[in-house]
Design a protein around this ligand. Structure first.
Ligand SMILES: [Fe+2]
Length: 234
């Protein structure tokens, strides 16, 4: 499996604190049959040069994982805020045109449609991260549906499907699956205790709604198309 959203890089955001925790996260991921992880530290307009640092860190982590015989490869990426899109255009997944975009948790900024359009106008393909955890979308999923279009995809967080964020977030995640608008399940892992790098349990939950093949594609075929910079099949 491929995990498209994971805060595994050490000492860079609120994810892994140090390389020890990074290695433990990678071990957990490997145990769950995850072979590739996109490192998606939070990128903000206050860290405009951070992509070079992130590439360096990814290289260092991959060297450590190889030395420890952990069969996981880390790919460069980032997670940007929609209302800082213009300042964070370089935070793509690898050298693809895909970029992971999150909204604030408690509201949807009035600029959101313009922010997503700006990314598209720059030739990027926004992946909307965990919309089920945004309070405004949770109460009115139409706010999300109104944003969707060509080259815009949706990532639901594994913990949302397993109930880690409570019943209302879980119900919203299930509803988005039922509506057929979910392209990816990713861990959004931050540690080895809470929000861990594990996908299999969530995939099984999703399979009850969309069927095994489609649920599996959300952690295999679909993220592979992203890494290959190809268009998603819908
Ligand atoms: Fe995240």
């Amino acid at each position: 499996m491929i995990d498209l959203h994971c805060h595994i890089l050490p000492g860079i955001d609120d994810g892994a604190e140090n390389i020890k925790e990074t290695v433990r996260m990678a071990e957990l991921a490997a145990r769950d049959h995850i072979h590739t992880i996109v490192a998606t530290p939070h990128i903000t307009k206050f860290l405009p040069n951070s992509m070079e640092q992130i590439k360096e860190k990814v290289q260092q982590v991959n060297n450590v994982l190889t030395a420890n015989a952990i069969p996981v490869t880390i790919i460069t990426g980032g997670e940007i805020f929609s209302d800082q899109a213009e300042e964070c255009l370089s935070a793509t997944i690898g050298s693809t045109s895909y970029i992971l975009v999150e909204f604030p948790m408690s509201y949807l900024p009035a600029s959101t449609w313009n922010d997503i359009t700006l990314l598209i106008d720059h030739g990027l393909r926004p992946i909307i991260a965990h919309p089920e955890r945004n309070v405004a979308i949770l109460h009115n999923p139409n706010l999300l549906f109104d944003l969707l279009g060509d080259n815009i995809s949706v990532q639901v967080t594994a913990g949302s499907l397993t109930g880690e964020f409570g019943p209302s977030v879980r119900e919203c995640a299930f509803y988005l699956l039922q509506q057929g608008i979910v392209d990816f399940i990713a861990s959004d892992a931050h540690s080895t205790i809470h929000r861990i790098p594990q996908l299999s349990v969530a995939v099984n939950k999703a399979a009850r709604i969309v069927g095994k093949d489609r649920a599996t594609a959300m952690v295999t075929k679909n993220p592979q198309l992203v890494l290959d910079n190809k268009i998603l099949e819908r």
